[in-house]
Design a protein around this ligand. Structure first.
Ligand SMILES: Cc1ncc(COP(=O)(O)O)c(C=O)c1O
Length: 307
């Protein structure tokens, strides 16, 4: 997906021009994947742009950093301001936000501890991750032949740059086979998540999603959707799922900051439910998108207004 360039990027404490936000080719993270990052969205509201779950995302960034002994040289408060400042400086009403803390230039070798840490916050306009049509029509997915990183090899609790090479393998396999997205199983054969999304199924009016212990990311949209569904009166269970639970579901959908709530219409060439967005998925999308626009009073606490 080409990036829609904007004016400024926040880099190590100051706003620099988009084209000036550069790193050295011998930066540690480029060679060893030693960075941690977040994906956040800001939505347009009547009170101007507002960042969705900003605190939760920045808390997860710091948890990811802790797992890799990476000390972010800015406080959470400073990064909160950096995110707002970058959106405002680029005059965006809605955007995707990418904070990244990575081991920079100065040391080579696997030991990262003496390498400096750089921090950037980039923002750009980004529409529906799996395509505008996908939000209504749903996507076709493939269960990947690549297993999800085992939790004792790479921690699922961390959103670290190097870990995503596992997602890249699964994503490319699914695209080359003619699907839109992949879902990975863990070493025990239980469903984990997509290459960048959590997974839910609906069966007999109940929602099911894999527990984080299965090895999926502790997704912020996953948590949001569990809250929204329970508030709508649905039962939501965090339970291990096998691939046939996806084939035989009444409905299935992805959740993620980028993917928002995207219906899954086919898994491994089996049509899921009616083969299009189901009623529960549609209801959840409705309340989700209203909440992101600041239209649902009880969920406005999830928005951080930029101005
Ligand atoms: C592997 C993976 N699973 C799930 C998600 C969804 O997480 P969130 O809802 O916090 O964006 C993401 C996106 O960050 C991801 O990369």
């Amino acid at each position: 997906m080409p990036i829609a360039e904007v004016e400024k990027i926040w880099m190590d404490g100051e706003l620099v021009g988009w084209a000036e936000a550069k790193v050295h080719v011998l930066s540690h993270a480029l060679h060893y994947g030693s960075g941690v990052f977040e994906g956040i969205r800001a939505y347009e509201t009547p009170r101007g742009p507002a960042v969705w779950h900003l605190d939760e995302h920045l808390k997860r960034l710091f948890r990811s950093a802790k797992l890799y002994h990476l000390e972010i040289p800015f406080s959470r408060e400073a990064l909160t301001e950096a995110v707002k400042e970058t959106i405002a400086a680029n005059g965006l009403s809605a955007c995707y936000i990418r904070p990244l803390a990575f081991r920079g230039y100065g040391e080579m070798g696997v030991n990262p501890l003496n390498a400096p840490v750089n921090v950037v916050v980039a923002v750009w306009p980004w529409g529906a991750y799996l395509g505008e049509d996908a939000l209504e029509q749903g996507v076709r997915i493939k269960i990947s032949s690549w297993k999800r990183n085992d939790q004792n090899s790479l921690p699922a609790a961390a959103k670290a740059t190097g870990q995503y090479i596992n997602s890249v393998l699964a994503k490319v396999e699914s695209l080359k086979a003619g699907y839109d997205e992949a879902i990975m199983l863990n070493q025990q054969g239980f469903v984990t998540d997509g290459s960048g999304e959590n997974v839910f199924v609906v069966r007999n009016g109940e929602l099911f999603t894999p527990p984080t212990q299965a090895g999926c990311l502790d997704g912020i949209t996953r948590n949001t959707v569990m809250t929204l569904a329970r508030d709508l009166g649905y039962s939501v269970r965090e339970e291990n799922l096998v691939r046939t639970d996806l084939y035989n579901a009444d409905e299935a959908f992805f959740t993620g900051t980028a993917a928002e709530i995207t219906p899954i219409r086919e898994v491994d060439d089996r049509i899921v439910g009616e083969g299009h967005r189901g009623p529960v998925t549609k209801e959840l999308q409705g309340v989700f998108f209203s909440a992101t626009k600041g239209e649902v009073e009880k969920y406005t606490c999830w928005l951080s207004y930029v101005n």
